[in-house]
Design a protein. Structure first.
Length: 435
């Protein structure tokens, strides 16, 4: 390997000594070996390589059969520049450093004038609430060196976009997906765009369309427990009969698999109608407002310590890892406003509680829960009822006279049916539509 390395250093010297033109044959050599072969052996010049240039760890391969000797310095500098390394001749010595080192010329940022077009808004430039597009131009090739160092094309243009309504991270993710990694980078609350002139123009159009205030969604949720001691009949069916009698034609689609949609009504009217019947017990009632495509969490309950794992420490003592798990009434909703008055809801709702563990891990309670997880699309303001979380319990009772033996009492058994129904409604506030 050492012989091969010496051969790479010696070959350019022979080619240069042979007369004009010269040839260079180097294969995957380090920056130091390249500088030794070209600057020292061929040009008879001393050189200094800075640590930041060495840290780039460039491996160069050059195969040139014929080049004029007077063009050799420019040719070598061009190769280094393409690798993100600048070369400067001072007092007969070549100084090599990374093109991104502090010694490089600074970028000049020019703000658009007052009459320049403003991206994403028609407001005057004095309004700081609208996005700005700021061009980055180069002075004496500073940007060109940075572009080469980053592995970009020489026609790469840079532009700074200042979002007005959306977060920089959200917009960067969309632009990077559409135009590739590195096309957009978040710099604080600003976005740096990189690409050709046509690509940057397309990015501005895309950002102008996306950089709008998100629509708010008002989500109401309530768990209602339906109790009935009849031998048949689901809680959702009982609720359908009651609401159908009160709202009549307003009753929307009824799904045999336990789902009802109510139109031409509102969430509170449905709750008030159910409260007039003793078979319905409202377990929880929550309301939350947030942006669309943002997860909303409604929680009423507490967190209970549970044992996640057990083991022993270095001394042989038993160790338990404790994890706090939530329980109670939990509803997670992810709303997506689709347009045309439609809203998609990704729903994950549960009612849970802990009870002592009869078997299994000693000292850790058991989580008992009833959960529904689904995704549906409803109309704006439509009320959705989701059931199917039913349970049945046998309740024994006895009747008789107190002065008679208990064995003479009449005994009877009743089967108690309970069903949990999740009532949901989502709507876009009218003030949100005008934003």
């Amino acid at each position: 390997m050492k012989k091969l390395f010496i051969l790479f250093i010696w070959l350019p010297c022979v080619a240069f000594a042979a007369g004009q033109p010269v040839s260079i044959q180097l294969s995957s050599v380090s920056l130091g070996a390249f500088a030794q072969a070209t600057y020292k052996n061929m040009l008879s010049r001393d050189f200094v390589i800075s640590p930041d240039a060495i840290a780039l760890d460039r491996k160069l391969t050059v195969s040139v059969s014929s080049i004029d000797a007077d063009r050799l310095p420019t040719f070598v500098e061009g190769i280094l520049r393409d690798q993100g390394i600048s070369s400067e001749l001072r007092d007969g010595v070549y100084y090599l450093r990374s093109a991104q080192s502090p010694g490089a010329a600074p970028l000049a940022i020019r703000l658009p004038s007052a009459d320049a077009p403003v991206i994403g808004s028609r407001a005057p430039f004095s309004d700081t609430s609208v996005p700005r597009a700021v061009r980055l131009d180069a002075e004496e090739g500073a940007v060109d060196s940075m572009v080469v160092a980053a592995g970009r094309r020489r026609d790469t243009e840079f532009e700074v976009y200042v979002p007005a309504s959306r977060s920089a991270d959200f917009l960067v993710q969309v632009v990077a997906t559409a135009f590739g990694p590195g096309s957009a980078v978040a710099a604080g609350h600003q976005i740096v765009l990189a690409g050709s002139s046509s690509e940057v123009k397309k990015m501005r159009v895309l950002l102008g369309a996306l950089d709008q205030l998100p629509r708010m969604v008002d989500v109401s949720a309530s768990w209602v427990e339906v109790t009935d001691n009849a031998s048949s009949g689901r809680g959702i069916s009982i609720m359908a009969n009651v609401l159908g009698a009160k709202f009549g034609a307003s009753l929307g689609s009824v799904n045999a698999a336990s789902a009802i949609s109510l139109r031409n009504t509102n969430f509170q009217l449905v709750i008030d109608a159910l409260n007039t019947d003793g078979r319905f017990k409202q377990v929880s009632n929550s309301r939350i407002v947030g942006d669309d495509y943002q997860k909303m969490v409604l929680t009423v309950g507490d967190e209970t310590p549970t044992i996640s794992s057990t083991g022993k420490d270095n001394s042989g003592n038993s160790v338990q890892n404790i994890v706090y798990r939530p329980s109670g009434v939990i509803v997670d909703v992810l709303p997506k406003v689709l347009g045309n008055g439609k809203i998609n809801l990704a729903i994950d709702g549960q009612i849970s509680s802990f009870k002592p563990t009869a078997s299994g891990v000693t000292g850790s309670p058991t989580l008992i829960k009833r959960q529904v997880k689904t995704a549906v699309t409803v109309n704006d303001g439509e009320v959705l009822l989701i059931g199917g979380l039913n349970d049945a319990q046998n309740v024994d009772s006895s009747t008789g006279f107190s002065f008679l033996p208990s064995s003479w009492a009449a005994r009877s058994g009743t089967k108690l049916h309970t069903d949990l129904v999740l009532i949901l409604s989502a709507q876009v506030p009218r003030t949100s539509e005008k934003r």
